[in-house]
Design a protein around this ligand. Sequence first.
Ligand code: GLA
Ligand code: ZN
Length: 705
Amino acid sequence: MNEVKIRYGGDYNPEQWPVEVREEDLRLFDKASIETLTVGVFSWGLLQRDESTYDFAELDDVLHRLRDAGKEVCLATGTGAHPAWLARKYPDVTRVDFEGRKHVYGQRHNACPNSPSFRRFATSYVERLAQRYADLGNVVAWHVGNEYGGACYCENCAAAFRVWLQRRYGTLERLNDAWNTTFWSHTMYAWDDVVPPNALSEHWRGPNHTAFQGITLDYLRFTTDSMIESYLAEKEVLNRTTPGIPVTTNFMGAYRPLDYHRWAPHLDFASWDNYPPDAKSQDKMALAHDLVRGLKGGAPFWLMEQTPSTTASRDVNPVKRPGVMRLWSWQAVAHGADAVLFFQMRQSRGACEKYHGAVIDHSGRDDTRVFSEVSALGAELAALRGEVVGARTPARAALLFDWDSWWAVEISDGPSRLVSYADAARRYYAALHAANVDVDVVPVDAGLDGYDLVVAPVLHVLKGDLPERVERFVADGGTFLTTWLSGRVDEDDNAFLSDVPGPLAGVLGIRVTETDALPAEEVNPVRPVGDWAQAQAPGTAGPWPGNLVFDVVEAQGAEVVAEYTGDFYAGTPAVTRHATGRGQAWYVATNLDADGVEWVVQRTLDDAGIRPPHAWVRGLEAAERVREDARYLFLLNHGEEEVVVAADRAGRSLLDGREVACGQELRLAPRDVVVLRTPTTPDPLSGTASGNSGHTGAVTAAEGE
Ligand code: GLA
Ligand code: ZN
């Protein structure tokens, strides 16, 4: 097996091209230092022609060539798209959509997750595949399905939903209570009274408009669980047949339809596909990296896909400018990726991805700009050898991310349909990111103990013992920040019958007496009061516009940091800080603009004593990874201007081999990357490596062999 280093390569679908190019592919892979190939993602239809006829000759050829050339394989189960014959003979395989329309064969990623036929044929195909290649020797991971997503509302799903509800609630009485069915005469007298919530039942105007949030929330949870079951059916076969090979499936970052936190325990390692909507999504990509890393307690993940140049699925598909693919690849590594993989190796000849970027384009040339950049990055990563691999992020800040809150707040009637959970989370994350804080994006049940700062934007749903854990965290000296629309409902989406923000009111030291909502363009400027008006960094000390939602707050022990300046609640608190125990709890009562959020976040960093390297240097991203023998500081210039900073430490600049002294000037041209390695010295007191070891609270899982 190859030396352990950052994996490099990507999706390889040679069945789409004449067999003659396979030798040439290998030459090009070597030229670009590509050693890891994901194979078979959409090969099921080719390799199984009917219920009982399998023909693996084509895949044998591909896999044997790769093995003989010393390449590693991430082998896909290929069930992300099903064969036409399967849909023809077994109509339960295709989905019924939100409008109630039964689908026929077409596209991909669309099998009903509760289809008995799909389960049966997928698992028997996967079993044959796994048996056949169990001893190949170069399969380093299994890639199950592909980008699970969407939802189904068929009869099989309806039946499975009822079983899921029986397991969750046990009795109809508990279900009726959870769903608050005395409203609108909805008492369920039999499990069969329950139907999936869609356009034919509880919904109008689309998936976010539901008469019963509790039912829709449960269906979203159930949909995630159904997909997990479908995935687990294949994983179980793989674990049995090839027990040493770790199993993953490629996620899509912060993807609303599926709760990846429910899924995480079933991954041997996490992986995701990075296709940002535009070239200004550095914070969005970073958030997704941190979220994916958080799925397995901070263990390194794989960047399973990114395009080397352009996508094809958007209305307009710009190419990545020179240097951007390299920069974003390093960003992934900086945030914890131990693999940098592309979609795809060779550009499709036909169908909807024929213009999608690839390492090798239709011309087959190795002198294109894209191929040259891919080879250059390959050489750079290969030169690192074992560096960075396995290193973890020493985050002292956590951002709580919660799919239940995401769903609940966006399917809610009132106070505002304009609220986007993802936008709110991103705004707070973006401020932390601009301050170059290493952040763990974690679920609400993650341990908080190792952190100094916990940020929880729009923590709408409060589940389990989170309120008590937040209280303890603050009592023990932590800094907690949450916002408007937090602490409103329980796990069933029923309001707390108490003051707002429910069980968080005590720790925050406030009471929300009313919640106003206005059209997006109507702002209420917020300005800091008293001594707070002197605190300027990182930007100006306000006023900053707040919009969308405005909690009217009464301080009950909390100090007023900033106030509204307009409307009948002018002069009332808009930002509060409650010093309690050894820590402090912050509340931001309205949707502040980015400058306002940055200002508040800097105050919480002050409280938490977090002083990140090169904070607020515009365009510059700094992120750290740490392992026993070394600390790695990644500096990435995302801006259009040169960035000049003084090194905050001495170290070796790995990409150009220079020794850097502490305080030495570092110049980064636009899109430039510096990786500074500082050896760790054993700490004489503890015997462990010195430096901040970061939190260890959450589940830890090894990447796998
Ligand atoms: C997704 C899929 C790939 C491919 C790419 C194109 O991420 O997993 O199969 O379709 O999109 O961007
Ligand atoms: Zn279904």
